[in-house]
Design a protein around this ligand. Sequence first.
Ligand code: ZN
Ligand code: ZN
Length: 59
Amino acid sequence: MTHYTCKGECNGISETPVSCGAESCSLHNHPLAECNCEDGSHKGEEAAAEETPTEEAAQ
Ligand SMILES: [Zn+2]
Ligand SMILES: [Zn+2]
């Protein structure tokens, strides 16, 4: 499921493309980054170069 994460100190997560609302965060008022992870790692594009194709166990 697509979600959006803040790359700043607040580590905020939203299900909608909003801007960071944490005033103490360095990315306050910056739009959150789109993320499609399913494991909660929120690594986004950074994980593409180091993805692990294994561990896709049958359910
Ligand atoms: Zn933030
Ligand atoms: Zn994520």
